[in-house]
Design a protein around this ligand. Structure first.
Ligand SMILES: [Zn+2]
Length: 313
């Protein structure tokens, strides 16, 4: 168990001990938080106690069908009743519910583990998150160039390729609300670079798209920062003073320059931090090997000196 989790449980025990005998026990948080943005848009978030990734998912309802962007980190419906919560919000068309299209910002498991809950449901189509399926479904003949649309019925959602964090990353723009759903491409936390050249090109394309459009908010896949801009420890299950999710057009337009300035390891900016986890890991491993090498030399020298002293008459 990780230290923050132990601290959190210890505080819970202390609170229980201090509470009056007749007070009700502390209720566990629901595994899924569902927040309406408006009457036909919902922001869903998996609770930190259900998964430290605590990803955000988005449900958009049009006149003819609905769109779910990402399915989160938990497959088991007993632990995370995602499909039930989503289906319950779909308007009924006679006895049937509105059809649902399930898509992904990208294929990392914490954004698609819930797919299993939707497979085989009537009226539900799940688009697989690998590049071949994404290209074919949205018709991106010259990936990563091009722009696709999903028509939900009086509600158009633009779809933009945005590889760099993941090879099949997508960004979605809802014309009805002006919301841009950015997954891990841009979020208040760690911008994890996998392919820097692809990321830089994607950031330039998305910024050019957004420049002359109204952007109400940029909603990413996670929150990893507190209100002072400090990052929470990796895999933390408590987020004290967590900052709000939305980033703005300013951060979106600043992303290309931040990626150009990226030193290959770590670059911080208001609202997000750019990192290359593989390089950081390699640099950490290199530093560790160097330290071990120096320690080895020190030990050998000390032993030699000690032997020399012992061998003196
Ligand atoms: Zn990711």
């Amino acid at each position: 168990m990780r230290a923050p989790m132990r601290l959190f449980l210890a505080s819970l025990c202390l609170l229980t001990l201090l509470a009056p005998a007749h007070a009700a026990p502390l209720a566990a948080p629901p595994p899924l938080h569902v927040q309406p943005w408006d009457g036909r848009t919902w922001i869903l978030r998996e609770d930190l106690q259900a998964t430290w990734e605590a990803p955000f998912l988005y449900l958009l309802v049009g006149r003819r069908r609905a769109l779910l962007i990402d399915t989160g980190d938990v497959a088991d419906p007993a632990r995370m009743p995602l499909a039930a919560e989503v289906l319950a919000r779909l308007p009924k068309d006679g006895p049937a519910r509105l059809p649902l299209l399930v898509v992904h910002t990208h294929g990392h498991l914490d954004h698609r583990a819930g797919d299993a809950q939707f497979h085989g449901l009537p009226g539900v189509e799940v688009v697989p998150s690998d590049l071949a399926h994404v290209r074919r479904f949205f018709g991106f003949a010259a990936w990563p160039d091009g722009l696709a649309q999903v028509d939900l019925g009086d509600r158009i959602v633009d779809v933009l390729p945005a590889p760099g964090h993941h090879p099949a990353e997508l960004v979605f723009y809802d014309r009805a609300t002006g919301l841009l759903f950015s997954g891990d491409f841009l979020l208040p936390g760690r911008i994890l670079v996998d392919d820097l050249a692809a990321y830089q090109a994607s950031a330039a394309r998305v910024a050019a798209f957004a420049k002359d459009r109204p952007i109400t908010a940029v909603l990413g896949g996670h929150i990893e920062m507190d209100r002072t801009g400090a990052l929470f420890p990796w895999a933390s299950t408590v987020h004290p003073e967590e900052r709000p999710l939305p980033l703005g057009k300013a951060e979106l337009l600043a992303l290309p320059a931040a990626l150009q300035r990226f030193n290959g390891f770590y670059t911080a900016r208001d609202g997000f931090v750019v990192e290359n986890p593989i390089r950081n890991l390699a640099a950490g491993a290199g530093a560790l090997l160097l330290a071990l090498g120096l320690l080895g030399i020190l030990v050998v020298r000390t032993i030699r000196r000690w032997r020399r002293r012992r061998s003196r008459p």
